[in-house]
Design a binder for this molecule. Structure first.
Ligand code: 13P
Length: 261
């Protein structure tokens, strides 16, 4: 399976012209570009080799939901991937695991590929809670795509009506382990810890009966440190923030990934 590199532009750049320029400069096979919503159409018009992703979606398809964007609208623009449950949304907007679960179900329902973000804060890591946090984020986040949780816990979720998928049917799912303390700090996790986390995450996916998940790393990835992660077979790719705002830099990361395909 070829490695997947995802460019998460977050709330950048400032103008449409800059977005078009960055999309053009980044356009390479093996890359998924996730611009802010207002630039998606322009990016779709510019890129020839990269695929398109969105940074979020809402779980309903249409209706009275001011400010929201649906999976079907994104699909109509040519979007293939959707980042779900990024820690910046969890922290700044109070996005909960239950909301993440509804978004994952909606993403799959619309035939898009979810990139589920999980990861612990510095305080949680220091308290030895990393695995507990990641397990909860995965088990609740994926609870609406099958019978992942015991009925007693699943019953607490607000929209069990979206529970349309058996876990075995889910073939396309990306899990991004992004420790929050490593995001935008210039201090990435170590590849050794990432490998341990991948083993742990894969164990949970087995428990949930979800096969073929790709696990990728995110947090201060640059062209300087990318190889230390990507050279491992187990690490399926990278979710890149800051370094994706420079076309040369993101293309260099994709090139490193290709060496290990
Ligand atoms: P940085 O690469 O800027 O640390 O951001 C990582 C991230 O949050 C990608 O989603």
């Amino acid at each position: 399976m070829p490695k997947i590199i995802i460019a998460n532009w977050k709330l950048n750049p400032a103008t449409l012209a800059e977005a078009e320029e960055l999309a053009k400069a980044s356009d390479v096979e093996g890359l998924v570009i996730c611009p802010p919503y207002p630039f998606l159409k322009a990016a779709a018009g510019v890129v020839k080799k990269s695929q398109l992703g969105a940074q979020d979606l809402f779980w309903e398809d249409k209706g009275a939901y001011t400010g929201e964007v649906s999976g079907s609208q994104l699909k109509d623009l040519g979007v293939k991937f959707v980042i779900i449950g990024h820690s910046e949304r969890r922290q700044n907007l109070g996005e909960t695991d239950e909301m993440v679960a509804k978004k994952i179900a909606a993403t799959l329902q619309d035939g898009l590929i979810p990139i589920l973000c999980v990861g612990e804060t510095r305080a949680q890591r220091d308290a030895g809670e990393t695995k507990e946090v990641v397990a909860r984020e995965l088990k609740t986040g994926l609870s609406l795509i099958g019978n992942c949780l015991p009925a007693s816990e699943a019953g607490k979720l607000k929209t069990p009506n979206q529970n349309k998928f058996g876990t075995g049917q889910v073939k396309n799912l990306v899990v991004a382990y992004e420790p929050i303390w490593a995001i935008g700090t210039g201090t990435p996790d170590t590849p050794e810890n990432m490998l341990e986390m991948i083993q742990y995450i894969e164990g949970i996916m087995n428990e949930l009966g979800i096969m073929g998940t790709v696990v990728i790393y995110g947090g201060s990835v640059t062209s300087k440190n990318a190889e230390s992660f990507l050279r491992h077979n187990e690490i399926g790719g990278a979710l890149v923030g800051g370094a994706s705002l420079n076309g040369e830099e993101i293309k260099a990361i994709v090139k490193i990934a290709e060496k290990y395909n």
